[in-house]
Each structure stands twice: as C-alpha cells, then as structure tokens.
Design a protein around this ligand. Structure first.
Ligand SMILES: [Zn+2]
Length: 398
C-alpha cells in the first residue's frame, strides 16, 4: 500500500508544477521559459517511485527560491526534520539563506526553521546564535524565538540564562494577568530557580538559597519543589517549626503530593520532638483523604511503640477504604508477625504473591505524556516538561 505521506507529496509536487506553470505563463515577461527543468521531472519520478528522500532533494533543487515557493521549501524541510532526516532539513533551509528574492521577514522564517533543525541535530550553540539574532531583529518571531531559546538553555542546563530568557515573555508588571502560556513559562522558571537554589543549598550558601527560593516563589507560589527546598533549608537552620508550616501549606494546596512531602514533614516534626503533633496532623489528613503512605507512617510509629494491634486495625480500616498492594502487603506482614511466619501458611503465600504483583509497578506518572516510573522526576524524562510528574495514588500503589 502506498505511503499516504508520499501520496500527498506527489500530489503537492504536481500541484506546485501546475501552479508554477500558470504563474510562469502569467508572468512570461519576467520568466521566459515555460517548461520545467529536467530535475523537476526527475524529482517527481523519484516521489512516484517512493524514493522519497532523493525525490524531495531533487525536487527542491529544481524549485526556484522566491516568495511564492518559500512555503514549499520550508514545508519540505520541516517534513525532513520530522522524519529525523535533519541533515537534509538543514540543507533545504540553508539553501534559502541570503537570497535577494526573499523579504526580510521571509529570511527570518528560514532562519527560525534552521535554528530548529540545529536544535534537533544537537548543534545547540549554532541554534542559540541564530535565535539570539532573531530576538533582536525579528519582531514578528521574537516570542517564538524566546521560547525556543529557553528550551535550548534548559537542555544545556544553563539555568540562569534560561531564566533571563524566559522571563522576557512574562508581563513586566505583577498586576497584569498572565496568559495560559505565560503561566506555563512561569512554572518552568520556578523550577530553574529551584535548580539554582538546590546548588546553593548543597554548597552551604544560605543567602543565595533564600534569594533563589524567593524568586521561585515569585514565579509560582504553588511550586512543590520550592516549598520542599525551603523546608529543607529551614530544617538545616534549626527552624523546623517554620518548615512544618511551609510543608503543610503545600499539602493543603496539593494533597496528592502528601506521599512526596511526608518523609520531610516527619523529619521536621521529629526535629521539634513532636511526633504526637505529626500524628494529630496525619490523622486529620486521613479524615479527608485516602492515603496508604499516611496510614503506613502512623502504623510504623505505633509498631515502634509496641502497639502492633492498633497499627494493624488502622491499616485494615484504610485498606477497606482504598485497597493498595503496598498497604495490603504490610497488613499481612503485621498479622504474620503476630502468628509467627510460616512458609506453608496461606497468608504467607498470599504475602509473597502480593509482593510480586507490586514489583516494578510505577508510582509516578507524567500528566502530560503518560510516562511512568518508580521515581519522582521534577522534569519528565520523556517529554521534558517540568512539574508534570505526579504520584499515581489510588491505583494500587500508594
Ligand atoms: Zn512527560
């Protein structure tokens, strides 16, 4: 069966030929020849014979570069890029540069496409230079160029440059409402500030940590990572009570992230010597939300106090509400402990089976592309979006 992409290309090639024929006849004063170069037919032949790549290159070389054919050149270059033929895309777009037959805006479009080719080919410094020029010289492409430039600095982990570039897309004054795209950019910038805050925290630079965290929070007050870093920093400074406040505010805004925040929240309460306070808070949380992680945390503390029976009954209540493999596995363990483990015991076999079921089950998933894994990534390893990976919750794991 013929590839539909090739079919479209053949139709496009014939259409362009027809269009150019008409155009050249109408403007015969300008264009003297009204037949096509042999390479046009050769290209068409390649396309019909499904030798798409040679077809396109030959076809492009036969096609004059001017305002009328520009879109075709650009579209064919984009097609090559999408197919992963980046070298060909680069050649097609480079062929458009410095042409006196194109207006300044048309030249800018060609530059922009070439920058995208370079990015795809991993030639980031070249892409960067082209885009920096476009930001200055091409008002009509400034926004798109800034977004792509931010993506490139992100890829290079040049966080400060990514912030400086991305913030040019946000409204200058705080009171101006941000658009959907601007909000998405602000969320990204908060994560870049967190990267800088994490580096400052690791090197013990408290002043810089605070500065970066304030900046992250100005970009996005609900940024989970910024809140967690702030709490970590406060805990290190012996201000665990303030850390607790920050973390509980985060959980209040986004209860889904309790499983992520809980270990740090536990450390803050422990630093304050207030484990009963933690339990009051966690039991209050369970009244409003289902959470295996919270029930397990309380159960573990109860076990440490020798109250296995109470731990088991708390976990059993939570499993009746929302059964999860992790919760059921621990519940069985607690009951095995009280009766003494025996491999022939049906409960012990059930425990082994549940453990096996839980193996390799993802705990986190990207809301954007569906990538899932057992670790939380602040930036999705698959689609590269920031803050889109969240605990799966309620689906048999948490
Ligand atoms: Zn993703």
């Amino acid at each position: 069966m013929p590839d539909p992409g090739v079919f479209i290309l053949v139709v496009a090639a014939i259409g362009i030929g027809w269009g150019l024929g008409r155009f050249s006849r109408r403007s015969s004063a300008v264009e003297k020849k009204d037949t096509f170069p042999a390479s046009y037919y050769r290209g068409l032949n390649y396309l019909i014979g499904q030798r798409t790549d040679q077809g396109i290159e030959t076809f492009v070389s036969s096609l004059e570069v001017n305002g009328v054919t520009l879109e075709t050149h650009i579209a064919l270059g984009k097609l090559m890029r999408r197919k992963g033929e980046v070298d060909r895309a680069i050649r097609i777009h480079q062929n458009l540069l410095g042409r006196s037959s194109l207006s300044a805006e048309q030249q800018h479009s060609a530059h922009f496409e070439l920058a995208r080719d370079y990015q795809k080919a991993g030639l980031l410094d070249r892409a960067e230079r082209l885009l920096q020029e476009l930001v200055v010289n091409a008002a009509e492409l400034r926004q798109k160029s800034l977004v792509l430039l931010t993506d490139i600095y992100d890829e290079e982990k040049e966080w400060q440059q990514a912030i400086d570039t991305g913030r040019q897309l946000l409204p200058k004054r705080r009171i101006v409402q941000r658009s959907y795209e601007q909000n998405a950019m602000a969320r990204r910038l908060a994560y870049y500030s967190c990267e800088l805050a994490q580096a400052a925290l690791d090197s013990g630079d408290h002043r810089e940590t605070v500065r970066q965290l304030e900046r992250a929070s100005a970009f996005d007050r609900q940024c989970i990572r910024a809140g967690m870093l702030e709490a970590e920093h406060l805990l290190g400074l012996g201000k665990a009570r303030q850390g607790i406040k920050v973390l509980e505010r985060l959980v209040g805004q986004n209860p889904r992230f309790m499983v992520v925040v809980l270990p740090l929240l536990g450390r803050c309460y422990e630093a304050e010597g207030d484990v009963p306070g933690l339990h009051r808070y966690l039991r209050g949380f369970l009244e409003q939300h289902e959470s295996t992680a919270v029930a397990l945390r309380i159960a573990e503390d109860l076990c440490l106090q020798g109250a296995e029976g109470e731990a088991s009954s708390l976990l059993a209540t939570e499993m009746a509400r929302q059964p999860t493999l992790r919760g059921m596995s621990r519940l069985i363990e607690l009951n095995l402990d009280s009766t003494g483990e025996n491999v022939d015991d049906p409960l012990s076999s059930l425990h082994t089976l549940i453990e096996r079921l839980g193996e390799n089950k993802p705990a986190y998933r990207c809301d954007d592309c569906g990538f899932s894994g057992q670790q939380l990534h602040w930036q999705c390893p698959s689609c590269k979006k920031w803050g889109s990976v969240a605990p799966i919750g309620g689906q048999g794991i948490d």
